[in-house]
Design a binder for this molecule. Structure first.
Ligand code: DQQ
Length: 600
């Protein structure tokens, strides 16, 4: 594991770049802050030697005044500096609270603190003072990820991982100074911290990210903590009567022998017949029309399985075997890590947030003065087939929609494209919300795919947006320069396997930017729909340097980071395209330019 990847799993050009710079390999993930300091120092030396102005590192405010083509208009960001995992989102006394892993002193990972912001609609935000800073012996090397739980007396509790003076990961509590303040501006660490230290058989560098608590049939609280046991990714279950003193539960929880460590695990209920969410903590949600989602972050992605959790025995029966890679489900098949969900009691829904890391380099982050985005908060529920989750941007986002282009039933011949214009050019394409639905017919002509299960990411890479096909590639070209030198393609292909069909969804940023050292992976997922009976739909949120796509009304999601240099502002265009030989029709298209969210 290389230096940069100490505690943030961002498979970006950052790490690749620094791998090349330092060629420093560490034998474990346990990277002390002191070494991180050395790394920052080395970075500065490197930049000086390469003529990059290191004063940038000292004065981010000045940098934020220079042109910022990659800062987003409606995705959550701190005003400057580094952000990674979402932490402890919750709804409390009429206010949404969002916390996040934050380095208040620079645009690279370090000094892990909990940033804090509040909102009335999950879209417009006010940043508050930092909620937790690493200043006690039990968290002096970082206030790492964790969750909030609202206790029976209505009091919210933060349960988070601290990295102590010995670099051991321990679990700590914090409570609001004043619970009648809906803004929860100040947090007080529990005097008896740490409340949990790693058990003897657990490596103290792999013991972190406590989940939101839920109450079992016996009235006791439960949480899960990410770890590894015998070199396998795992979650450990803890129990408590009062949320303050905790004991390890002896009930075995799922392990995965093809992963080595789990971060940010979550366990929460979903209802089988509807889109409503369920409170994690409510015991009465157990029943035959409830399933439980077990989620973990590992290998740079967020995976989940569906199963049944029994609150009496704490057993968890999985629908599919977590150990077989083909059975894994993913929230998002692109850039998306360390997600966290919460139950929004006000709107009776479950909301999912995730960190979307950069794909540019550490020197780019220093020049920008910031690093890291959050996805648009997504409503999340169980699909009609009860075999996967469905995600959709929260309804409140639609308040930002402004000028609209709309048409219906337009033929898109083979090897053709149309520009979607008509919304003020400078507005539509750098920050837009586009919904498009395609209809395909005569599928007997579809390309044949062998019946073996194919990795969709590999298929999208082999058959990218420019590779000829029959039904597809068709979709959108976003953040495109007029001559298409730069563009990001989000598209579909329909394949025939014996007598059935498979719809592949891809996001291809390989031509998104002329900038060097950008990581531009092609991503892919299969859409669980039958194109003979269902239309193929795509919703894409475009926001300067992020492209978040929802295929099949949220059945598959792919998020990419892109950094165009030509396709910026008025020079950014949007097209619908069909590079397949077969004609199809656009049943409907609606595209809106988006207003800027108020994030202050
Ligand atoms: N990021 C946090 C850890 C967590 C990791 C540190 C996941 O608590 O495991 O910033 O990105």
């Amino acid at each position: 594991m290389y230096l940069y990847k100490a505690y943030n799993s961002c498979p970006t050009a950052h790490s690749l770049h620094f791998t090349m710079l330092f060629k420093t390999k560490l034998s474990s993930l346990n990277i002390p802050m002191k070494i991180y300091g050395f790394y920052v120092f080395s970075l500065c030396c490197f930049l000086i030697f390469n003529g990059v102005r290191v004063e940038a590192f000292r004065n981010h405010t000045r940098l934020l005044n220079v042109s910022q083509p990659y800062r987003t208009a409606y995705h959550f960001q701190p005003t400057k500096n580094w952000m990674n995992d979402p932490n402890g989102p919750m709804y409390y006394k009429g206010v949404y609270h969002f916390f996040y892993q934050h380095n208040p002193y620079g645009p690279l990972w370090g000094n892990m603190s909990w940033g804090h912001a509040i909102s009335h609609d999950l879209i417009n935000w006010v940043h508050l003072d930092i909620a937790l800073v690493p200043n006690e012996h039990y968290d002096i090397n970082g206030c790492f990820s964790g969750s909030t739980t609202i206790l029976p007396n209505g009091e919210p509790a933060i349960l988070y991982t601290g990295v102590d003076a010995k670099l051991h990961q321990v679990q700590n509590l914090a409570f609001p100074k004043n619970i009648s303040d809906p803004l929860l501006k100040e947090w007080v660490k529990w005097p008896l911290n740490p409340i949990l230290s790693p058990p003897d058989e657990i490596d103290p560098s792999f013991y972190r990210d406590p989940s939101t608590g839920w109450m079992g049939a016996d009235g006791e609280w439960r949480v899960v903590i990410g770890t590894r046991i015998d070199h396998q990714g795992a979650a450990i279950l803890y129990k408590s009567k009062d949320f303050r003193s905790w004991n390890r539960s002896l009930s075995p929880f799922p392990l995965s022998n093809i992963t080595t460590f789990w971060e940010c695990p979550e366990l929460y209920p979903v209802i089988c017949n509807g889109k409503s969410g369920l409170d994690t903590s409510v015991i009465s949600v157990q029943g035959k029309d409830i399933k439980h989602v077990l989620k973990a972050s590992f290998n740079d992605h967020d995976y989940y399985i569906l199963g049944k959790y029994d609150p009496e025995s704490d057993g968890y029966d999985v629908d599919a075997n977590f150990m077989k890679s083909k059975e894994w489900l993913r929230y998002d098949y692109g850039r998306f890590y360390a997600s966290k969900s919460f139950y929004d009691g006000e709107k009776k829904r479950r909301i999912l947030w995730s960190w979307v890391c950069e794909s540019d380099t550490a020197p780019d982050a220093i020049e920008k003065g910031w690093s890291g985005l959050q996805t648009i908060p997504r409503s999340i529920w169980l699909s009609k087939n009860e075999d996967q989750l469905v995600q959709w941007p929260v309804k409140e986002l639609e308040k930002l929609r402004t000028r609209k282009v709309h048409f219906k039933n337009k033929r898109l011949k083979g090897r053709s494209m149309i520009e979607i214009s008509g919304i003020t050019a400078s507005q539509v394409t750098s920050k837009a919300d586009v919904e498009i639905t395609f209809r395909v017919s005569n599928l007997k002509h579809a390309e044949v795919l062998s019946a073996e299960v194919v990795d969709p990411q590999i298929l999208c890479t082999q058959k990218n947006a420019t590779t000829d096909g029959k039904f597809g590639p068709f979709g959108l070209l976003v953040l495109a320069s007029k001559d298409l030198t730069e563009h990001t393609a989000v598209f579909f292909r329909v394949f025939r396997i014996a007598n059935s069909f498979r719809v592949l969804m891809c996001a291809d940023p390989s031509r998104s930017s002329l900038k060097p050292f950008i990581d531009k992976p092609i991503y892919g997922a299969f859409l669980a729909l039958d194109p003979r009976y269902a239309k193929i739909s795509l919703r894409t949120l475009i926001d300067h340097s992020i492209v978040e796509s929802f295929g099949g009304e949220g059945l598959a999601c792919i998020t990419s980071r892109v950094y165009p240099v030509l396709a910026v502002g008025e020079q950014a265009h949007l097209y619908a395209f069909n590079n397949g030989t077969q004609s199809l029709s656009i049943s409907s298209l609606s595209a809106w330019s988006m207003k800027k969210a108020q994030i202050v």
